[in-house]
Design a protein around this ligand. Structure first.
Ligand code: AHG
Ligand code: MN
Ligand code: MN
Length: 337
């Protein structure tokens, strides 16, 4: 029996839509499309470990496609579903050099564009560690009816209408935020539906987890090293020493910190002053979600969400998490953001 007390993702988004008498249902449709694409990706991610066995059957094609290109597969699923849906006028993806304009009658008239990192943490696939998809939705700045332009994509993160992620983990969860709040839906594989499991997620103000790549320690700036030092010291007032957790899939690291409280950092290094993470596909959506949940996200000098992007694949340092930990960090950095 399906438990009818549980709200599915579709029911929830339609309910939310009813709070806005002028809503057209496009956003609900877009979220449904993203949910659909993620279910297909989920199936393939779950089969990743079987690839060698399937390969033995002689089906080279399947093997080739599944193994080496799971992020390509995810990319084409999200792009394909959104292209054929009725709610998205174009996309940009970490896996593609350029934006894709959906130049058909229905898409051209849609008011939203979507950007995504189709598989975040993809180097973790072959070792069964949680990976995910991160997405970001904006209202286009050009008029619906014509094709989207680059200006529709290069908007500061604070203009996001919705942002979210799916984690293909020990269970599969879709979490998304609008300005009304952050909600999580766990995939019930038996009925193929995302069901509301984490309503009204709030990021704890304080936490005890810090997440950073310690391998880069000697390449961080002195203030960042100082903060890491504080994280490791015994400290009665903040409950230190903190616990270090770093999965290497930021979507999973940030998800854990969002639920439990914590800070995730990918600072600039001497080799890569802007760090590694992409502003549009990774940092903006997670910053939006964490801010809606009551946390904070900066690049060490300004709010992530206020950064004006100048190119699609722009990178930025990222500090994101619980308010009190972010304040401690800012003290070390000598800034107040
Ligand atoms: P992607 O798989 O989309 O390229 O992203 C991986 C990112 C991020 O998820 C993770 O936190 C970070 O790379 C890890 O990088 P390091 O190995 O340099 O710490
Ligand atoms: Mn990524
Ligand atoms: Mn990726």
């Amino acid at each position: 029996m399906v438990n009818r007390q549980v709200l599915t993702l579709d029911e929830f988004t339609i309910r939310e839509m009813r709070a806005f008498p002028k809503a057209t249902g496009e956003l609900a449709g877009l979220l449904r499309d993203i949910g659909l694409a993620s279910k297909r990706v989920n199936v393939e991610v779950n089969k990743a470990g079987l690839v060698d066995i399937l390969g033995d059957t002689g089906d080279v094609n399947v093997q080739g496609e599944m193994v080496k290109k799971l992020d390509d597969f995810a990319n084409s699923q999200f792009t394909g579903v959104l292209r054929h849906g009725i709610s998205c006028a174009g996309i940009a993806s970490e896996e593609l050099d350029d934006m894709v304009i959906f130049d058909n009658e229905i898409s051209r008239n849609s008011k939203y564009i979507c950007m995504f990192d189709p598989l975040d943490g993809s180097s973790n696939i072959d070792v069964n560690v949680s990976i995910g998809t991160i997405f970001s939705v904006y209202r286009r700045v050009t008029e619906p009816g014509g094709p989207v332009t680059i200006n529709d994509f290069l908007q500061p993160g604070m203009r996001q209408v919705a942002a979210g992620y799916i984690i293909y983990g020990s269970s599969t969860i879709l979490v998304y935020a609008t300005k009304r709040g952050v909600n999580g839906f766990t995939l019930d594989q038996s009925i193929g539906e995302y069901c509301l499991s984490h309503p009204g997620i709030k990021c704890p103000q304080s936490g005890k987890i810090y997440s950073v790549n310690h391998g880069n320690f000697f390449q961080y700036s002195a203030p960042v090293k100082k903060y890491i030092d504080i994280c490791q010291k015994k400290n009665k007032s903040n409950g230190g020493p903190y616990t270090q957790r770093y999965i290497g899939s930021m979507v999973s690291d940030v998800h854990r910190n969002l639920i439990k409280g914590g800070i995730f950092m990918y600072p600039g290094t001497t080799d890569k002053p802007k760090g590694k993470l992409r502003l549009l596909y990774e940092c903006n959506p997670l910053a939006y979600m964490v801010e809606v949940a009551g946390g904070k996200a900066t690049d060490g000098t300004q709010r992530i969400l206020e950064k004006q992007p100048s190119e699609l694949h722009e990178r930025t340092p990222l500090f994101i998490g619980s308010l009190n930990m972010m304040a401690e960090l800012e003290e070390c950095l000598g800034v107040k953001i």
